[in-house]
Design a protein around this ligand. Sequence first.
Ligand SMILES: *[C@@H]1O[C@H](CO)[C@@H](O)[C@H](O)[C@H]1NC(C)=O
Ligand SMILES: *[C@@H]1O[C@H](CO)[C@@H](O)[C@H](O)[C@H]1NC(C)=O
Length: 476
Amino acid sequence: MHSLTVHAAGLVACLIAPALSHPTHSPRHVHHRRYEHDASPTISPNIPTKRTAYDLDGNGVPDVCKALSGTDEACEESNSQWITFNPNSPPTPTAKLQAPVIQTAVATASLPRGTLPSAATFQQQNGTKWTLTKKGVLQYSGPLGQMNLQGDKARTGVLGGQVIWNFGDMTCAGGLDVCGFDMGPAMYGTSSISTVNTQDITQIQDAAFIQPHASTTNFFANEILGEGCTAWGMDNSNVAALNNTHGIVLSWEQWRNCPSLDRKTDGVQDRGLGASVITLGDKFPTATRVSGLLAGGDRVAAGKLAIMAAEGYIYSYTVEDSGMSSGFFATHNMIVGRASINDRDIFSSTTAWEFYMPSTQSWVSGIPLRTDAPKYNLQTASGKWNCAVYGTVMWSNYFNKYMLFCDLLENEFNFYTADRPEGPWSEEYQLITGVSGYGSMVHPEYSEDGSHKALYISMGPDTEFEIWRVEFDYDA
Ligand SMILES: *[C@@H]1O[C@H](CO)[C@@H](O)[C@H](O)[C@H]1NC(C)=O
Ligand SMILES: *[C@@H]1O[C@H](CO)[C@@H](O)[C@H](O)[C@H]1NC(C)=O
């Protein structure tokens, strides 16, 4: 069950502003215009019952609570225990901090291992030493399964053994009346890469996920946004686990449909970076915005490409363009930041975050200005990054390396490898070309035996998600 804050915020936002999650510099304006023209669709959201929010363990994160029969309530604490109480006399919050489980990138010895050849050899071995196969399209359980749900950006992460899918813009084929619209819903996975658990959803916004923090919009006073903007947009990272019960999502928040801005910016105003605590709700994963914006719109959009839990840190990856403003000719700067999973300020303070500067091989405290992006651009043996906006970063048990996947302007899906999350990164390996993939993601959770010898990839855009499987045959 969602907490009051999350659900009520979703309701208000959906009614007023079904906005977009696409980035400002998205190469795909054609596709998201479709939604912009439907700025005020008729959506009938489920109206949640008003509930009190509790934080019984005093950890600053609202608990997941539910009403029991009679008057009792029950809330789940960060140690996964449920506490039952009478709401007239709720227990006094007790702050208790436990050491989170450290996520490490240690491969299991029994798994197969492979060694990658050079990118040129890899290209020649297409179809012999590695094969790419289309497995079908992503399916959904329950009523939505029949409704041709579609959208862009299907990301996955794992929390407490549960796969969490979170998406970009999602709606059903046939228009907004069919199953509503949401700009970033989240659901649980099933045991199959091919099926998302949408059992309890009839309208896609029932699974609304990250919302703006009350302090970052004035929606909550039923006013129009600042400067006459009438919509907000949210671009979310995947979920990365801090421990078994709590995860994090980084979001890039925007105001949209802003009249005061010139056409070049498409009426979009970047607001900045937000962070949410993710917990496991009964039917859906629950997101709670902890604070206002971590950093303003002039700072790096940390985690827009992807985030990754590794070696006791949450790593955030971002492509910030510099040089020519057009996506094709811009320099794509790949930037990595990180915060310790033990740092309780990870959700609320820029000082918890540091960014890697390759020239000095050091981590610099705070979130850099976007205009400083070239100074933070990570090294790749190719000399430049062919990455536009989105992707996946993971530890590969098979290659015993980190892998960074990204796509470029609906044309290429590439990867790079490294021994360290900050690189230096290898030359570019081309995995997919000539298909119009957008927001293509890798889903390592579904690799058979967790070996990563084979990886599943989902690919948009705006129709159903195609599922592809790549299998490597480089066993040592
Ligand atoms: C998991 O992380 C959250 C957020 O940092 C923290 O509040 C909670 O106490 C942690 N749980 C455990 C079991 O360490
Ligand atoms: C690999 O080969 C297939 C079949 O010839 C081709 O369609 C595909 O574009 C190739 N992939 C890359 C990345 O070159």
